[in-house]
Design a protein around this ligand. Structure first.
Ligand SMILES: NC(=O)c1ccc[n+]([C@@H]2O[C@H](COP(=O)([O-])OP(=O)(O)OC[C@H]3O[C@@H](n4cnc5c(N)ncnc54)[C@H](O)[C@@H]3O)[C@@H](O)[C@H]2O)c1
Length: 345
């Protein structure tokens, strides 16, 4: 490390996407080191950080809504903050939104205040397509950066509020901010309350796979490393104040996602169990990624087939990770949500 080393403050780096981003950042840049600031909620997992170079990665346990903790953890010359830290599960926000407001809204403002007070050069907000609500089931409708905000869940509303705060900090204080908005990520190390890892882990154990409603909801899937490459490009080359939609043009009905998974694993469709729909369930998300493609030259590297294959293989080869993640508090949550026990591991 030289005096030109850039210190990147990553929040939520023990989670699914944050940990993938840190791996990518350390692999693809020679001049960066990372402070990983994470509250280790139920979704944070230190196992996700196994194998990272200790000389370039420092973990700090802390909450982004705690201004003092953020200030203490920030280095003297932090180049950028990349904010992944969030309460991220829609179902949990429907059960109780309080923590979503504290982390996703207050936490984002605390970080923006710290950027201003400490002269951090750049702030990246990792946001979601869910801030734009739901699209009709019409192949011609897509979310663009100009689509109006129409969040439909407490989670989406809290992420929309966070984006407004980022926009206001850029406009009022001239902070150098960039927002990325992405669809459904899939890949290694995703907490198995989310749709795809839940389906994979249940299928591997021949347990039934809960599918909401009629399974006709459409999501735009992206392999996690492709999303992280977009965030890295936004960090390195994004236009100050810009918002970039990130999507791999990979729309699928939920029921077809489970179908592909069962085919790949050679498991019967009888494992599918339709359950009562989520209240206010958005019907369709679809992202137009033209801006990030044209302006930053971003392209996804994985196809749905290669990404799904890699993802399934990772869960098959990492049963210890799955076992540890599916234990403890997650079991209570699972029981409440789906009315059955988590499969024994
Ligand atoms: N998963 C997706 O498909 C998806 C899609 C679009 C956008 N996003 C956004 O990407 C980001 C990361 O998502 P993810 O799927 O990796 O989430 P995740 O739930 O797997 O991880 C979130 C991480 O944030 C940490 N965290 C939570 N509250 C915190 C707090 N107050 N202070 C510090 N750390 C805290 C958790 O411990 C965890 O490590 C989120 O901001 C989410 O809104 C996710």
């Amino acid at each position: 490390m030289t005096k030109n080393t850039r210190e990147i403050f990553v929040t939520g780096g023990a989670g699914f996407i944050g940990s993938a981003f840190i791996r990518l950042l350390l692999d693809e840049t020679a001049d960066c080191k990372v402070t990983n600031f994470d509250a280790l909620t139920y979704a944070g997992n230190l196992d996700n950080l196994e194998g990272l170079d200790a000389a370039r990665h420092r973990f700090v346990h802390g909450n982004i809504a705690d201004a003092e903790a953020v200030h203490t953890a920030l280095g003297e010359n932090t180049h950028a903050i990349v904010n992944f830290a969030a309460e991220s599960h829609v179902d949990r926000s429907i059960a109780n939104a309080a923590e979503f407001l504290r982390t996703n809204i207050t936490g984002t403002q605390v970080l923006l205040d710290a950027v201003r007070a400490r002269g951090v050069k750049r702030f990246i907000q990792v946001s979601t397509d869910e801030v734009m609500g739901s699209l009709p089931e019409n192949e011609d409708a897509f979310f663009t950066e100009e689509s109006p905000f129409a969040p439909n869940s407490p989670y989406a509303a809290s992420k929309a509020a966070a984006e407004h705060l980022v926009r206001a900090a850029h406009h009022t204080f001239g902070l150098d901010t960039v927002v990325t908005r992405c669809g459904n990520n899939y890949g290694p190390r995703q907490f198995p309350e989310k749709f795809l890892p839940l389906a994979i882990s249940n299928a591997l154990k021949d347990e039934s796979i809960p599918v909401y409603g009629d399974g006709g909801n459409v999501r735009d899937w992206i392999y996690v490393d492709d999303h992280c490459r977009a965030i890295l490009l936004a960090l390195e080359k994004g236009r100050p104040g810009a918002v970039y939609n990130v999507g791999a043009r990979n729309e699928h009905h939920n029921i077809d996602v489970v179908g592909s998974l069962l085919n790949t694993l050679g498991k019967p469709r009888s494992l599918i169990r339709f359950v009562k729909d989520r209240p206010g369930h958005d019907r369709r998300y679809a992202i137009d990624p033209l801006l990030i493609e044209c302006e930053l030259g971003w392209r996804p590297r994985e196809t749905w087939e290669t990404g799904l294959q890699k993802t399934i293989q990772w869960y098959q080869q990492n049963s210890r990770w799955l076992e540890r993640t599916r234990s403890g508090a997650y079991k209570d949550y699972y029981r409440k949500q789906y009315g059955t026990e988590v499969a024994a591991t």
